[in-house]
Ligand binder design. Sequence first.
Ligand code: NAP
Length: 355
Amino acid sequence: MPEVPEKVVIIGSGPAGWAAAIYAARANLSPLVFEGAITNENSQNGTLPLGQLNLTTEVENYPGFPAGQLDGFLNSALGERRLKYDLPPVTDEKHAVTGPELMNLMRQQAENFGTRIITDDISEADLSGSPFKLKSLGGEEVEAHTVIIATGARANYLGLPSEEAFKNRGVSACAVCDGALPRFRDQPLVVVGGGDSAVEEATYLSKYASTVYLVHRRDELRASRIMAERAIKNEKIEIVWNHQIAEVLGDDENGVTGVRVSSTVEDSTKDLPAGGMFLAIGHTPNTAFLNGQIEIDDKGYIVWKKSFRTDTSVDGVFAAGDVADDNYRQAITSAGTGCMSALDAERWLGDRGLE
Ligand code: NAP
C-alpha cells in the first residue's frame, strides 16, 4: 500500500518519468509512478505507458547505445516477462537500441531501485494545497508532498472531418505502430509533415509501401540534415513540396484510397492515390488533467518558473520532459530534466524536513 502522503509521485513513463524515478528511488524517496493506463483512447492518442519512444523504431542518438548486438545485454538487464512480451523479436541484424527496448530498460532500472509502479492515468489533480491530492482513472486516490509531471506530448491531427472519418481505417499518427499492417503493404502511402518525425516515418514506411508521398507545406524540410538527406535519397520517397492536405479520400469498403492536396503557393489541387495517411505534424503536451492549475504557455507547454530548475507555478510541483519542453524534445533532454526534477523534489522535501 502507498504511504500517506507519498513523498514523490511521478506521473508519466517516458524517459523523463523513469529518470526521475531512478534518482528519487536512489535518494530513498520511494517514488510512486503512475505510468499511464492501457485503454483504447490512450492507444488512439499515442499516450500508452512508456510514451512516445515506445512508438518509435531505432534510437540512434541516445548516448551509450551504439548500433551492435544488444541481445545479450538485454537478456541480462530485463526481467523475463518484459523480454518476452514487450519487445520486438530478436534478429541477427546489428541495430541501434529500439525505443521499446530503451524504455523497458529504463523502467526496469527504476523498478530495481524500489520504484512502485501503477499502470493507470492520473485523471484528476487537486493542487490547491499541500499535500496534493491525485485520483486515477481506476479510482485510486493518493496524496503527495511533491508531484513530478512527466506526461509528455501527443501527436497532432489536421482537424479535417474526412481525416476524423477515416481514423483507424487508413489514417494514423503512428507509422511505427500501424505501418506494418497488411492494409498498408505494397500501397502508395502519404506522410504529412516536414520535421524529423515525418522523415523518420516516411523512411520506415518505405520498407512496406510501393511509394511514400511526403507532403510538406513548404519547399524546405525542417528535419535535421542527416535525416532529411536520407529521405531525399530514398527512391521510394517522393516529396510533394508546397502542398497541404485538403481532403482525405475513401469509401466505407476500402477506407482511405487517396488524398486531395492543395498547393500552398498557387490555386491548384491534385489527387494522390494512397492506402493510408500518416500524420507527423507536431505534438500537443498532455496537460488536460491539470485543469488549468499549472501555468502553461501559449502552445500548452508547462512553464518552468526558475532558470535551470524544473519548478512550476505551484510550489512542490515539478515538470520534466516534453510536457514542459517545446524546444529540444529529445530522449536525452527528457531524461536530463527528469533527473533535475527528482533532485529539485528531493531538495524541496529536505528544506521542509519531509525527506
Ligand atoms: P516538428 O519538428 O515540430 O515538425 C512538425 C512538422 O509538421 C513541420 O515540418 C511543420 O511544418 C509541419 N506542420 C505542423 N503543422 C502542420 C499543419 N497543420 N499542416 C501541415 N504541416 C504541418 O515536429 P516533429 O517532427 O514531431 O519533431 C519534434 C521533435 O522531436 C524535434 O525536436 C525533432 O528533432 C525530434 N525528433 C527527433 C527524431 C530523431 O532524432 N530520431 C525523430 C523524431 C522527432 P513547418 O516546417 O512548415 O513548420
